[in-house]
Write a protein that binds this ligand. Structure first.
Ligand code: GLU
Length: 212
């Protein structure tokens, strides 16, 4: 039996993955539609629509942006099987944690990814990370808010950026990697979606009077 291709919404927010060189350094200008054009292999397993929500350096990501990302997922939740959010690496772990609480009990995968190098460079991790993310978002075993980076699926509440330059930038703190992607295969180490119960709950507010 041939299963139908998964419908994925690619939500772009900026970061190095979407950068081009300019006189002022790297600037996020590559659109969600252009990002998708760099991973033509995705067409074999999913149908992707794109949404350019913002195009910012993630060091400028604020609570209002987290609310906007969660709202975009909520608005489109019924229409898609999974979501991939492209994002700068510097605050990706914070966004993943915030979205984990703004979008609770999600039976559909909400994957956050980015890259150490822009997607239009000859040598880059961006194309692999984006394709891996679309692959995970299209997998029936995936659910909830998670990071995909360097072939690993990391729980959204456990990710930490540990390396500034290497492709292996993110670690999962005190929790195993949920899965890995090797070429065109997703290998799940924690395959517990069957235990998920209850409806997906979206929150619409965050208290900004919180600091470390
Ligand atoms: N500071 C930038 C950002 O987080 C670049 C880092 C990156 O994306 O790798 O958007």
């Amino acid at each position: 039996m041939v299963s139908a291709k998964k419908r994925i919404l690619l939500i772009a927010t900026g970061g190095t993955i979407a950068c081009k060189r300019s006189d002022g350094g790297l600037t996020p200008v590559i659109t969600s539609h252009e990002l998708l054009s760099y991973v033509p292999a995705a067409k074999s397993f999913c149908v992707v629509h794109t949404l350019q929500l913002m195009n910012i350096d993630s060091t400028n990501m604020q609570a209002e942006h987290w609310i906007a990302i969660a709202a975009a997922v909520e608005k489109n939740y019924a229409k898609y099987d999974g979501f991939v959010i492209t994002h700068g690496t510097d605050t990706m772990a914070y966004t993943a944690a915030a979205l984990s609480y703004l979008i609770r009990n999600a039976a559909k995968p909400v994957i956050i990814t980015g890259a150490q190098k822009p997607i239009d460079m000859d040598v880059t991790d961006a194309r692999t990370n984006l394709l891996d993310s679309l692959r995970i978002a299209s997998d029936d075993r995936a659910y909830g808010v998670n990071i995909v980076f360097d072939g690993k699926l990391i729980a959204g509440t456990r990710g930490k950026k540990e390396r500034t330059h290497s492709y292996n930038a993110f670690a999962s703190i005190n929790f195993p990697y949920l899965a890995s992607v090797q070429d065109d295969r997703c290998i799940f180490y924690i395959d517990d979606k069957a235990g998920l119960a209850g409806d997906t709950v979206f929150s619409h507010e965050l208290d900004e009077k919180v600091t470390l």
